[in-house]
Design a protein around this ligand. Structure first.
Ligand SMILES: NC(=O)c1ccc[n+]([C@@H]2O[C@H](COP(=O)([O-])OP(=O)(O)OC[C@H]3O[C@@H](n4cnc5c(N)ncnc54)[C@H](O)[C@@H]3O)[C@@H](O)[C@H]2O)c1
Length: 314
């Protein structure tokens, strides 16, 4: 008989989708989130709304930096998906200490709680931005990731390494997942798809770096969720996996596709890309495919259509 799955950052974009998918396959899920004010707590509470009444779901408002309150949170938990984080690249440049506190110190607290509870698999959300301006393309997991362009990827890389140390010291199984630009319903309001949609629906101005001459490997949220569940089911010691779509898109084309769906032009203003921005990202996903059958199903064309349908109905 399986224990329950703890999902940190459960009220966030990806976290709420992961919880729903776990519940849909019959798992018992414990969600925690502190409703961090980076974006609206009202929106985060709405992300949880569909699950709150389900008997196999319980939620606690809880900060992962908590020092001594973990025992009741991890009671009966045998797997952890750690998604709670501060996740803005540019915001991290302004607030490096906050990013270290949540993403590094907070992750160590979750790792320690995992050891305490004797969990059999720990899945950690990292980011494609750990690769920086990598010399090779697409990004493979064994490329160096030691030249981050902002505090956010630096904290994620530090947490990846701390997770390795916990694996060695305590035998904890850890799968690190490097997500590539995730989008879809409930997408984060600070990310490009939401900002563009705001512009298309309400005429607000949206900044586009380098006239859209940047590439991102946009990955639809249901594909990311499938990868998270696949990794959760496949403990293999310590492993790092890319979870991307594997089809990088020029940002100018991404904008044009959403404009076509909306039937109007966005109010786009080109600005020089800040030094914290990677010019292009692209995932080599062969390792996740080989280890747990990861296979993205949603093209950017289809994903943007689904995203636009969701946002237009809000
Ligand atoms: N969305 C992407 O494109 C993307 C890409 C790469 C990596 N990631 C990673 O995936 C994870 C989820 O990202 P998301 O896009 O869903 O972001 P999100 O901000 O929607 O979700 C993160 C959640 O963590 C919560 N949180 C923050 N600090 C906390 C704390 N101290 N204690 C408890 N909860 C806390 C927030 O309130 C939020 O609900 C993050 O770790 C992020 O770094 C996301």
């Amino acid at each position: 008989m399986s224990g329950s799955v703890l999902v940190t950052g459960a009220a966030g974009f990806i976290g709420s989708h992961v919880c729903e998918a776990l519940l849909a396959r019959g798992e018992t899920v414990v969600g925690v989130d502190n409703f961090d004010p980076y974006y609206s707590a009202v929106e985060k509470r709405a992300n949880l709304a569909g699950m709150q009444s389900l008997p196999r779901f319980s939620f606690r408002e809880f900060d992962v930096q908590n020092v001594d309150g973990w025992a009741p949170v991890v009671a009966g938990v045998d797997r952890i998906v750690h998604l709670a984080a501060l996740a803005g690249v540019r915001a991290s440049v302004e607030q490096p200490l906050e990013y270290v506190a949540v993403n590094v110190d907070g992750t160590v607290r979750v790792l320690a709680a995992a050891v305490q509870a004797g969990v059999r698999q720990f899945v950690f959300a990292s980011t494609s931005s750990v690769y920086g301006q990598a010399a090779e393309f697409p990004f493979r997991e064994d490329l160096p990731a030691d030249r981050p362009l902002a505090p956010y990827p630096a904290t994620k890389r530090a947490a990846e390494m701390l997770a390795h140390a916990f694996h060695v010291a305590h035998g904890l199984n850890v799968s690190v997942l490097r997500f590539f630009s995730v989008y879809g319903p409930r997408g984060r309001p600070d990310m490009m798809p939401r900002l563009l949609a705001q512009s298309l629906l309400h005429g607000s101005s949206v900044s586009l770096f380098s006239g859209g001459q940047m590439w991102r490997d946009w990955t639809y949220v249901s594909d990311i969720v499938a990868g998270v569940l696949g990794a959760l089911d496949t403990p293999r010691g310590y492993e790092i996996y890319n979870l991307g779509c594997g089809m990088p898109v020029l940002m100018a084309d991404f904008v044009a596709q959403l404009e076509r769906l909306a039937g109007r032009k966005a109010n786009v203003r080109s600005i020089p890309a800040p030094a914290s921005e990677v010019v292009r990202t692209g995932a080599d996903i062969t390792k996740a495919a080989a280890h747990f059958g990861y296979q993205p199903q949603v093209s950017v064309e289809t994903g943007l259509k689904l995203f636009w349908e969701w946002i237009a109905a809000q």
